[in-house]
Design a protein. Structure first.
Length: 119
Protein backbone atom coordinates (compact mmCIF):
# COMPACT_ATOMS: atom_id res chain seq x y z
CA UNK A 1 0.00 0.00 0.00
CA UNK A 2 1.29 3.35 -0.96
CA UNK A 3 0.71 6.47 1.15
CA UNK A 4 -0.06 9.73 -0.64
CA UNK A 5 2.64 12.31 -0.29
CA UNK A 6 1.66 15.69 1.15
CA UNK A 7 3.34 18.58 -0.65
CA UNK A 8 5.64 20.73 1.51
CA UNK A 9 4.70 24.41 1.99
CA UNK A 10 6.83 26.95 0.14
CA UNK A 11 9.78 28.46 2.00
CA UNK A 12 9.15 31.96 3.45
CA UNK A 13 10.63 34.85 1.54
CA UNK A 14 13.40 37.00 2.99
CA UNK A 15 12.29 40.04 5.06
CA UNK A 16 12.26 43.35 3.19
CA UNK A 17 15.33 45.52 3.45
CA UNK A 18 15.31 48.29 6.07
CA UNK A 19 14.88 51.79 4.66
CA UNK A 20 17.62 53.06 7.00
CA UNK A 21 21.07 52.11 5.87
CA UNK A 22 22.98 50.39 8.60
CA UNK A 23 26.70 50.09 8.53
CA UNK A 24 29.11 48.14 10.66
CA UNK A 25 31.88 49.67 12.67
CA UNK A 26 34.08 47.39 14.66
CA UNK A 27 31.56 44.55 14.51
CA UNK A 28 28.60 46.51 16.03
CA UNK A 29 25.66 47.89 14.03
CA UNK A 30 24.85 51.63 14.41
CA UNK A 31 22.32 54.03 12.95
CA UNK A 32 23.69 57.00 11.06
CA UNK A 33 24.18 60.00 13.41
CA UNK A 34 21.69 62.14 11.46
CA UNK A 35 18.84 59.70 12.14
CA UNK A 36 19.72 59.57 15.82
CA UNK A 37 19.76 63.39 16.05
CA UNK A 38 16.41 63.68 14.25
CA UNK A 39 14.77 61.18 16.59
CA UNK A 40 16.29 62.86 19.65
CA UNK A 41 15.19 66.35 18.48
CA UNK A 42 11.66 65.07 17.81
CA UNK A 43 11.40 63.61 21.30
CA UNK A 44 12.67 66.83 22.90
CA UNK A 45 10.24 68.96 20.86
CA UNK A 46 7.29 66.70 21.72
CA UNK A 47 8.21 66.85 25.40
CA UNK A 48 8.47 70.65 25.38
CA UNK A 49 5.13 71.02 23.59
CA UNK A 50 3.16 68.37 25.47
CA UNK A 51 4.49 68.93 29.01
CA UNK A 52 2.18 71.90 29.88
CA UNK A 53 -0.83 70.09 28.41
CA UNK A 54 -0.13 66.98 30.47
CA UNK A 55 0.29 69.06 33.65
CA UNK A 56 -2.99 70.92 33.02
CA UNK A 57 -4.79 67.64 32.41
CA UNK A 58 -3.36 66.19 35.62
CA UNK A 59 -4.47 69.26 37.61
CA UNK A 60 -7.97 68.97 36.18
CA UNK A 61 -8.12 65.30 37.14
CA UNK A 62 -7.01 66.14 40.67
CA UNK A 63 -9.53 68.98 40.90
CA UNK A 64 -6.88 71.50 41.92
CA UNK A 65 -7.08 73.75 38.88
CA UNK A 66 -7.27 77.45 39.75
CA UNK A 67 -10.50 79.04 38.56
CA UNK A 68 -11.35 82.52 37.39
CA UNK A 69 -11.72 84.80 40.48
CA UNK A 70 -14.89 86.41 39.08
CA UNK A 71 -16.44 83.00 38.51
CA UNK A 72 -15.49 81.81 42.00
CA UNK A 73 -17.06 84.98 43.49
CA UNK A 74 -20.26 84.46 41.55
CA UNK A 75 -20.49 80.84 42.70
CA UNK A 76 -20.06 81.90 46.34
CA UNK A 77 -22.79 84.54 45.90
CA UNK A 78 -25.17 81.96 44.44
CA UNK A 79 -24.44 79.57 47.31
CA UNK A 80 -25.28 82.31 49.82
CA UNK A 81 -28.56 83.01 48.01
CA UNK A 82 -29.48 79.31 48.03
CA UNK A 83 -28.81 79.17 51.78
CA UNK A 84 -31.08 82.20 52.33
CA UNK A 85 -33.86 80.58 50.27
CA UNK A 86 -33.57 77.33 52.20
CA UNK A 87 -33.86 79.25 55.48
CA UNK A 88 -36.89 81.09 54.05
CA UNK A 89 -38.60 77.78 53.28
CA UNK A 90 -38.65 76.97 57.00
CA UNK A 91 -40.24 80.33 57.78
CA UNK A 92 -42.76 79.81 54.99
CA UNK A 93 -43.81 76.41 56.41
CA UNK A 94 -44.27 77.98 59.86
CA UNK A 95 -46.40 80.80 58.42
CA UNK A 96 -48.58 78.27 56.56
CA UNK A 97 -49.20 76.40 59.82
CA UNK A 98 -50.19 79.65 61.56
CA UNK A 99 -52.55 80.56 58.75
CA UNK A 100 -54.21 77.12 58.89
CA UNK A 101 -54.63 77.50 62.65
CA UNK A 102 -56.15 80.98 62.27
CA UNK A 103 -58.60 79.70 59.63
CA UNK A 104 -59.67 76.82 61.89
CA UNK A 105 -60.23 79.20 64.82
CA UNK A 106 -62.32 81.56 62.67
CA UNK A 107 -64.45 78.72 61.32
CA UNK A 108 -64.98 77.34 64.82
CA UNK A 109 -65.90 80.77 66.13
CA UNK A 110 -68.54 81.26 63.42
CA UNK A 111 -70.06 77.84 64.02
CA UNK A 112 -70.38 78.45 67.79
CA UNK A 113 -71.64 82.05 67.52
CA UNK A 114 -75.40 82.50 68.15
CA UNK A 115 -77.34 83.43 65.07
CA UNK A 116 -79.13 86.69 65.20
CA UNK A 117 -82.80 86.87 64.18
CA UNK A 118 -83.06 83.31 63.11
CA UNK A 119 -83.90 79.99 64.47
Amino acid sequence: MMLPQIPAPPAPSAPPALPITVFQTGGAEHMPPAVFLIVLASLVAATIILWPLVRAFARRLEGRSAGDPALVGEIEELRARVNELEAGQGRMAELEERLDFAERVLIQGRAEAPRVGGS
